[in-house]
Design a protein around this ligand. Structure first.
Ligand SMILES: [Zn+2]
Length: 332
């Protein structure tokens, strides 16, 4: 794409001054993938085809945002102030730190964020910007908007991978391998269900809130003649029924079984032997307004796995608990 807009359009006619140099230096020092940093660089310079920039270049008759229709679509608006993006930022743990009444430009916003956040959060901010810009473009080309919590969850997974990758390249971080495979709490106001089945047909599900506090758990013993895949499917089904019963929503669902995740996220009907359970799971997901089940490593389902095991050890009793204290008595 040709660079068809002048920085001066955005008031970036002072790029050469020392504070500007400092800005670029800090930007390129963020430990995020270069494609993401390049996007931020283009955003900062106004080299992105937002509607307002196209309008200023006489390529459009109006520069108003096509999503909210309330303001000109500047880079700052597209990424930060548009309601579609704000819905995502409001769920980020550091939102209140960077929520300021007004910013003059994308650079202003970045400068302010730098003054408030550490490197780890700045990487997350860059990743979210990347996902928000991708989402903006998808919506522009007619795709249905992605629910904010799903978008944020994708960004957080990506951020975890980046952190893990950074750690593996950083000798100083070799001893601290906590970034990969650790369970992450859901965004503010959300619940997260982790479901898991074990080889002896015990199935379990655990629901925690955005602070990582256990809200409840469920487990039971399935019939002994079902397949390993069916056990994993029953684990999700049992967990979803529990979440629905206890009104644990909005909900994010994770499984450590890739096959299960593929089956339940598939749009078409499942023709496999376990298709009936898959249909039942899809129906529960619809009732809970959950559009996607996420795959996470086994490490993230440790608690659900332990519960399923506990059930098998205790002659297949059913366990249904709501609340932390109750759970503690039941398990430990
Ligand atoms: Zn807007």
């Amino acid at each position: 794409m040709k660079e068809w807009v002048l920085p001066a359009l955005y008031g970036y006619n002072d790029i050469g001054m020392s504070s500007g140099n400092q800005y670029w230096k800090r930007l390129w020092n963020i430990k995020a993938p270069s494609k993401m940093l390049h996007l931020l660089w283009r955003m900062s310079k106004g080299f992105v085809p937002t509607r307002y920039i196209l309008f200023r270049h006489l390529l459009l008759q109006s520069g108003v945002c096509f999503r909210c229709g309330e303001e000109d679509e500047t880079p700052l608006h597209a990424i930060w102030s548009c309601g579609a993006s704000k819905n995502v930022w409001q769920q980020v743990c550091f939102y209140n730190l960077i929520n300021h009444s007004s910013f003059g430009s994308f650079q202003d916003w970045m400068d302010f964020a730098w003054s408030k956040l550490g490197m780890g959060d700045m990487i997350l901010l860059v990743v979210i910007c990347w996902f928000l810009w991708y989402e903006r473009n998808q919506t522009f080309h007619g795709s249905a908007p992605t629910p904010p919590h799903i978008l944020l969850q994708r960004a957080i997974f990506c951020w975890e991978d980046i952190k893990a990758s950074n750690a593996s390249h950083d000798i100083a971080s070799v001893t601290n391998r906590s970034a990969q495979g650790i369970w992450q709490p859901p965004p503010m106001e959300y619940y997260k269900l982790n479901a898991d089945g074990n080889a002896k047909r015990g199935v379990g599900g655990v629901v925690r809130n955005h602070e990582g506090v256990l809200m409840g758990a469920v487990a039971k013993q399935e019939a002994c003649d079902i397949s390993v895949l069916a056990t994993e499917l029953f684990a999700i089904k049992t967990g979803l029924e529990f979440a629905l019963d206890c009104s644990f929503f909005p909900l994010i669902v994770e499984s450590d079984c890739l096959e299960v995740v593929s089956l339940v996220n598939m749009e078409e009907d499942c023709s496999a032997a376990d298709g009936v359970i898959v249909s039942e799971i899809k129906s529960l997901l619809r009732q809970l307004n959950v559009s996607e089940v996420f795959y996470r490593s086994r490490e993230c389902s440790k608690v659900a796995h332990s519960i399923a095991k506990f059930i098998v050890r205790n002659s297949g009793c059913h366990l249904l608990v709501r609340g932390r204290a109750f759970l503690a008595h039941g398990l430990y």
